[in-house]
Design a protein around this ligand. Structure first.
Ligand SMILES: [Zn+2]
Length: 509
C-alpha cells in the first residue's frame, strides 16, 4: 500500500474547556493535512485524553462521574474545531473501547518482553501535569512546569525500563538531528538524556479513573495517552493498514510535553518493535502579556468569541503569519485586527474586488482571451506552488505565506502600473485583455495556494472567479503552467471577502 502522510496533534486533556492554544495546534495540523491531501493519501488525527487524576478531580468537583464529565465536554472540543474549519480524519477518545483494549495489550506485550517490572514508587507527583518528579527537579518544592504543589506518592507500581533505552535514544538523536524541532527543544532533550534516565512508573494505585490493570491499579495516563497515535490507526490488528501510516511524518506537540514525545514515546515504540516518528515538532506558546495562555492561569480568551469577532479564516491566517512556527508569540486583538485589515482586506480582498469590478465594467464579467501579450508572470511564479508546498510541509508557514504574498503584491502593482482604465480609454483591447487575464489567473493561483490556510474564504473566492475544477486539486497539475483559467469563464463579483473591522470596536470590547 502507498505510504500516507500522517499528522497528529496531541490529544487534549479535557479537565476543562478548550482555549485558543488548543485551536492553534489543531489549525496547524489542518493546514498540513489540507496541503498533503492535494497530492496524496493523508491521515489527520486529533482527539481527547480523558483519563487521569486531574479529570477525576474536575468531574468530582462538578458532581459528575468522570465519564459524564468527558461526554459533556467532548462536543465542545469538536465544536471548536468545526468553528475553525478543521477537517480531521479521526477524533479518538481514550475512553473508547477501541483504545482501552489496545492499551492493555501494549502493557501485556511490554511485560512479556521484560520491559515492564513491578517496583516501589516513592516520589513527587504533580496532578495538574500528571507528571512524576525527582526531588532534585522541584523548584522551591513545587512543580517545575506549572509551579503548583506536588504530592508525595509511595506505592507499588509497574515500571517501564526507560533507562535501558538511553543509549539508543542518544544515538537516535545524534543520527537524526532534525527529528526533534525546533533546535532549542532538541538541545533541551539531549541535555536530559545526557543527565541520565530513570525508569518510568506506568501505573497508579491511588485512584481508578484509567485503563485498569488486571492485577490492580490503572495505567499511568501518559502511557495511555501516547498510545492513541497507534491505536487509532489499527496497531496490532491490520499491519498493512497500520504501516501505511506509521511512522508518522509529523507529530505536533506543545513544548511543555516534548519530553514525553521525544524520550518516552520512542522508547515505548521501540519496545513494541515499531519505529519512532519521523518528526516531532514542539511549538511555542501563545502568550498574553508574556503569560502562557492556559485555562489554569485564567487569561484564556474564549476561542469561539475570537472566531466570531475576527472570522475563523482570519484567525487561522493570523496564527500562522504572525510569528515563525515554533517560537512563542504575544497575542493581542489589536494585532489580529491589523492583520485582517491590512493583509486580508486591503491586499487580498481589494485585489479580488478591483479585478472583478474592472472585468464587470470592461468585459461583462467574462475572462478574456489571454492574447499574444504575455506579462511574464507565469515564468516569474512558475516555481511558487512547489516552494509553498515544501515550506508548509517543513512547517515554515510564515515563509510560505510571505512567498504567496509576493504574488499578491505583484498583482496589485500590475493594476497600479498598467492602469487598466487607461488601456480601456485608449481602446488598447489586447493589452487590456492580457492584464485582466493575468489578474484573474493570479487570483486563481492565490485561492488554491491559500486554501489550506483559509478554506472557507478561498472557496468563496474560487466561486467568484468561476474557476473550474476543485480548489483542493493537486497544485502541480492545476497550477503547472500559467494560463489554466479558461477564457470565457464567467465571474461573479459579490461582497468583500474580508470586510474591514473597525478598530475602535475592537478596542472597546
Ligand atoms: Zn505541574
Amino acid at each position: 500500500m502507498e505510504r500516507a502522510y500522517y499528522v497528529t496533534t496531541p490529544i487534549y486533556y479535557i479537565s476543562g474547556n478548550p482555549h485558543i492554544g488548543h485551536a492553534y495546534t489543531t489549525i496547524v495540523a489542518d493546514v498540513l493535512a489540507r496541503t498533503a491531501r492535494t497530492f496524496g493519501p493523508t491521515f489527520f488525527l486529533t482527539g481527547t485524553d480523558e483519563h487521569g487524576q486531574k479529570v477525576a478531580n474536575a468531574a468530582a468537583a462538578a458532581g459528575k462521574t468522570p465519564q459524564e464529565w468527558c461526554d459533556e465536554l467532548v462536543p465542545r472540543w469538536k465544536a471548536l474545531f468545526a468553528a475553525y474549519h478543521v477537517e480531521y480524519d479521526d477524533f479518538i477518545r481514550t475512553t473508547e473501547p477501541r483504545h482501552v483494549e489496545k492499551v492493555l495489550r501494549v502493557f501485556e506485550r511490554l511485560r512479556e518482553r521484560g520491559d515492564v517490572y513491578l517496583g516501589k514508587y516513592e516520589g513527587w507527583y504533580c496532578v495538574s501535569d500528571e507528571t512524576f518528579w525527582l526531588e532534585s527537579k522541584l523548584v522551591n518544592g513545587r512543580c517545575p512546569t506549572c509551579g503548583r504543589e506536588v504530592q508525595w506518592i509511595s506505592e507499588d507500581d509497574w515500571f517501564f525500563r526507560l533507562s535501558a533505552y538511553r543509549d539508543r535514544l542518544i544515538e537516535h538523536f545524534e543520527r537524526n538531528p532534525g527529528w526533534v524541532q525546533p533546535r532549542s527543544v532538541y538541545n533541551e532533550m539531549m541535555a536530559i538524556l545526557r543527565e541520565g534516565l530513570d525508569d518510568l512508573s506506568i501505573s497508579r494505585t491511588s485512584f481508578d479513573w484509567g485503563v485498569p490493570i488486571p492485577e490492580g491499579g490503572v495505567i499511568y495516563v501518559w502511557l495511555d495517552a501516547l498510545l492513541n497515535y497507534i491505536t487509532a490507526i489499527g496497531w496490532s490488528e491490520d499491519d498493512a493498514f497500520f504501516h501505511r501510516y506509521w511512522p508518522a511524518q509529523t507529530q505536533l506537540v506543545g513544548k511543555e510535553i516534548a519530553r514525553f514525545h521525544t524520550i518516552i514515546w520512542p522508547a515505548i515504540l521501540w519496545a513494541l518493535g515499531e519505529a519512532a516518528p519521523e518528526l516531532v515538532f514542539a511549538h511555542g506558546w501563545i502568550t498574553v502579556d508574556g503569560q502562557k495562555m492556559s485555562k489554569s492561569l485564567d487569561n484564556a480568551v474564549d476561542p469561539f468569541l475570537l472566531a466570531d469577532r475576527f472570522g475563523a479564516d482570519a484567525m487561522r491566517y493570523f496564527l500562522l503569519r504572525e510569528a515563525p512556527f515554533g517560537s512563542d508569540f504575544s497575542y493581542s486583538e489589536e494585532k489580529i485586527a491589523q492583520r485582517r485589515n491590512s493583509d486580508l482586506a486591503n491586499d487580498l480582498g481589494n485585489l479580488l474586488q478591483r479585478t472583478l469590478s474592472m472585468l464587470a465594467r470592461y468585459r461583462d464579467g467574462i475572462v478574456p482571451e489571454r492574447g499574444a501579450h504575455r506579462g511574464g508572470l507565469g515564468e516569474r511564479f512558475a516555481s511558487l506552488p512547489i516552494m509553498v508546498r515544501e515550506r508548509i510541509l517543513e512547517l515554515r508557514f510564515r515563509e510560505a505565506l510571505e512567498s504567496i504574498w509576493e504574488l499578491v503584491t505583484t498583482l496589485n502593482k500590475t493594476i497600479d502600473e498598467r492602469k487598466p482604465w487607461e488601456l480601456h480609454k485608449a481602446a488598447r483591447t489586447e493589452d487590456l485583455n492580457a492584464v485582466l487575464y493575468d489578474l484573474c489567473e493570479g487570483l486563481r493561483w492565490l485561492a488554491m495556494l491559500l486554501h489550506p490556510f483559509m478554506p472557507e474564504r478561498m472557496s468563496e473566492m474560487w466561486e467568484q472567479l468561476g474557476a473550474p475544477g476543485r480548489i483542493d486539486e493537486d497544485w502541480a497539475s492545476a497550477l503547472g503552467a500559467w494560463g489554466g483559467l479558461p477564457p470565457a469563464t464567467q465571474t461573479a463579483l459579490s461582497g468583500p471577502l474580508f470586510p474591514k473591522i473597525e478598530f475602535e470596536t475592537v478596542a472597546s470590547t
